[in-house]
Design a protein around this ligand. Structure first.
Ligand SMILES: [Zn+2]
Length: 174
């Protein structure tokens, strides 16, 4: 398998300065907004991150990387309906608060049945919390979503958060 890396560079205000890798392809496959590179550059990274808790988590990781001036690596998941994608995010501090963020696909598994994740609203019944980092869904306990359950045949409506286990990876907690 060829290594696929998506990368972007953030200025000290977390605005995207430049991007690299197979970004377009990646965004399209994940139901992205069809953003092309020219639309992405100059915008805040937070325009592309769903969920307040996820933003706070990432923001604290970014700040930590800047503070210690060392590369931080975090495993996470970036699934599509048919695939489980095991990813690694690498945050590399450069000069003057600039961060280079690299996302690398470590491995991919095909799902036995597709899982359709839809964005819900917290005010609607039947909306589950989903962890942005490990991809698990809170259904009483944090579980890997499966497409072959009756109750999710229509898709799983979620709002994004960071589960307790992944919050333990937050800077300052280790
Ligand atoms: Zn998690």
């Amino acid at each position: 398998m060829t290594t696929q890396t998506v990368s972007y560079v953030l200025d000290s205000q977390n605005r995207i300065i430049s991007t690299g890798g197979v970004w377009d392809e990646f965004a399209d496959e994940n139901g992205g907004t069809g953003s092309s590179l020219k639309d992405i550059c100059g915008r805040s990274i937070w325009d592309f991150i769903k969920g307040d808790v996820t933003r706070m988590w990432l923001d604290s990781v970014f700040q930590y990387a800047r503070a210690i001036g060392k590369t931080i690596e975090r495993p996470y998941r970036c699934d599509s309906p048919d695939l489980k994608r095991f990813m690694r995010m690498r945050i590399i501090p450069e000069k003057e608060g600039v961060l280079r963020i690299e996302h690398e696909i470590l491995s991919i598994e095909k799902r036995s049945a597709p899982v359709n994740i839809k964005f819900g609203q917290s005010t609607v019944n039947g909306v589950n919390q989903r962890c942005s980092i490990c991809g698990r869904v809170n259904m009483g306990e944090w579980k890997e979503p499966h497409g072959d359950h009756d109750e999710v045949s229509d898709g799983i409506y979620v709002i994004y958060t960071v589960c307790e286990d992944c919050q333990l990876l937050m800077p300052g907690s280790f």
